[in-house]
Design a protein around this ligand. Structure first.
Ligand code: NAD
Length: 325
């Protein structure tokens, strides 16, 4: 592995995507930097209330995977910008996938944070692999909050299963689960929500990809393929839905401290931080926090981005400077 200063051919073997589950109201951010002294922890709740505005007042947003992690941070930021939130999450573990999914307690914490922002909150238990369940979630949202203006297709899973590291049965099982959730589940989400947007000729959609949707990685080919795939899906949907005034964009975050990769020890997280900062990011930071991702989503959902569609925004602390045009 080469240091970022000495060359640009490296893999992200050192990075474990996700980390421990972050609880937005209770965690603190420690900016990591070699060149800057360790900073004081910043309360995320304080951060979010400081960034409160009404750019999305009166809007209804549906966010998948909203019970924890990046989805929760997005839901809370959209609420702080004025939107009511329909939060979709599976809220039970996925058979054959070793990483635990969010719980009803996680969802309750998201609810509390959204309600603290003064917005309405609807909790919807649905598996994005199940189109009928998603359609039902959309119907409930229409009934209880109103028509959906903003869709954030965020729910996704990852596990590190390589071409060479497993047997055929485990490989097939893993490939199917990751593809079903990340690709088919994301397409289902658009399928369920876009008809009413088309009818109303308005809507803003953001799909959550990854830096692994922009480059390769040696440990998780199914995840990499799925995250490239949703960027293709973003472009196809942007073209098809443009005539209805609907924007469709993607974001490609770098590694963020969430439950995506299962639990991590403090030492593993410290190693990820160190590796990211030394070898991957250009800005002086290690693992990002979920809240670091949410502001870009609010922007893409807002009138400030009304003529942006079919694009992907890298939120990668400058790692992207080495791999995207
Ligand atoms: N954490 C990272 O390092 C990172 C980096 C880039 C992109 N992402 C992407 O961000 C998105 C959010 O991940 P996260 O990091 O917050 O992880 P996370 O595991 O903390 O959150 C994912 C959420 O999605 C839910 N979910 C999973 N499968 C579902 C399904 N089939 N139906 C409904 N809900 C489902 C989970 O219960 C959980 O609440 C994912 O698409 C992920 O690929 C994460």
């Amino acid at each position: 592995m080469k240091n970022k200063k000495s060359g640009n051919s490296f893999t992200r073997r050192g990075v474990v995507l996700g980390g421990t589950a972050a609880i937005a109201g209770a965690t603190s951010v420690f900016a990591q930097s070699k060149s800057v002294k360790a900073q004081e922890p910043i309360s995320i709740a304080q951060n979010q209330s400081q960034s409160r505005n009404n750019i999305l007042e009166g809007k209804v947003a549906l966010v998948t995977g909203a019970a924890r992690g990046i989805g929760r941070a997005i839901a809370v930021s959209l609420a702080n910008a004025g939107a009511d939130i329909a939060a979709v999450d599976i809220l039970q573990d996925i058979q054959g996938h070793s990483v635990p999914m969010a719980t009803t307690e996680d969802m309750t914490q998201t609810k509390q944070l959204v309600e603290q922002a003064g917005k309405r909150f609807l909790s919807l238990k649905a598996d994005i692999r199940d189109l009928a369940a998603l359609k039902n979630a959309v119907a409930q949202t229409n009934q209880q909050l109103g028509a959906i203006d903003i869709l954030i297709a965020n729910a996704g899973i990852n596990s590190n299963v390589g071409f060479t590291t497993t047997d055929e049965t485990a490989w097939k099982n893993h490939w199917d689960i990751v593809t079903d959730v990340n690709v088919i589940g994301t397409a289902n989400t658009l399928r369920a929500v876009t008809p009413s947007m088309v009818e109303r000729k308005t809507g803003n959609i953001v799909i959550v990809s990854s830096t692994f949707g922009r480059q390769g990685n040696g440990t998780n080919p199914a995840y990499v393929a799925s995250k490239w795939s949703v960027i293709g899906l973003t472009k196809a949907a942007a073209i098809e839905l443009s005539e209805f005034g609907i924007t469709v964009n993607a974001i490609a975050p770098t590694a963020v401290r969430t439950g995506l990769g299962g639990s991590q020890t403090e030492q593993q997280r410290a190693e990820s931080n160190e590796w990211l900062q030394a070898n991957y990011h250009q800005l002086p930071v290690g693992l990002l926090e979920p809240e670091d991702i949410a502001g870009t989503v609010v922007f893409l959902a807002s009138p400030a981005a009304k003529y942006i569609t079919g694009t992907t925004i890298d939120i990668a602390a400058g790692a992207n400077a080495r791999y995207t045009a």
